[in-house]
Design a protein around this ligand. Sequence first.
Ligand code: G4P
Length: 280
Amino acid sequence: MNFQWYPGHMTKAKRQMQEDIKLIDLVIELVDARIPLSSRNPDIDELGKNKYRLILMNKADLADPAESDRWGAFFREKGYYVVQLDARKKNGMKQITDVIMEACKEKIERDRKRGIKNRPVRAMVVGIPNVGKSTFINSYAGKACAKTGNKPGVTKGKQWIRLNKDVELLDTPGILWPKFEDQMVGLRLALIGSIKDEILNTDELALELIKILVQMYPGMLNDRYQVDETKEAVEILYGIADYRKCVAKGGELDYSKAAALLIDEFRSGALGRITLESPQ
Ligand code: G4P
């Protein structure tokens, strides 16, 4: 889902989230493991203050594992619980419940001391568009997708998914708006395909990607396309067009085709497991 954010959208999304967050114990925030910081909206820290916090570094299958470990440590240091995830795989879901229980252990203990039994932890999933919120909810909820319906005292229309005896999930995820005022953040969001390609055209995106890869993953472009990485980005793109026989009708090289191919191979993971930003 690609869409543009306007101030009206953001105000509405924020108001909705403020309401929903009142109902829950734990915020499950999805970020894209390839850009763990640029795919966050930092406003969630204010919105989710006083709540338990879990960050799911999703699409970890596409990210650089060493960088993901570094990012995991970075977020844990700041007090979040963190799990690296491929939301399409159902077998990673068991550990999520364990981490949720761990993250909410104080509340569970408090309930127990007050004699409250069987009150499940309530959680909601939040994240910017396309990070995998729906995929995660489907994988996690699985067959348990029985909705518990409206509850007394809960805003009308809110549906809860009872996952197991311990966890209930609000069935609609909270959509955070990406923050792309910072040019580099906007570029990274465009590269993973989460904001419209029109912000930068594919040719420009590919040139920027080449510059990033030469710096962060030296040798990677040469391995795949046999290009000379000491050259200018534009020449490297020519090299890719040549190597992959991207030619236009008249027989000359088609750089736009090469640019699209490069972006595709990056997004699909064919180029390798890549993370576009490192923790400071
Ligand atoms: P959203 O609700 O947050 O907007 O995201 P959604 O679940 O719709 O997921 C967006 C796309 O990301 C989906 O691809 C989904 O399959 C993919 N996806 C979700 N989680 C993961 C993950 O952990 N790893 C990988 N590699 N992909 C994941 P789609 O609908 O097929 O779109 P597209 O692939 O054609 O862009």
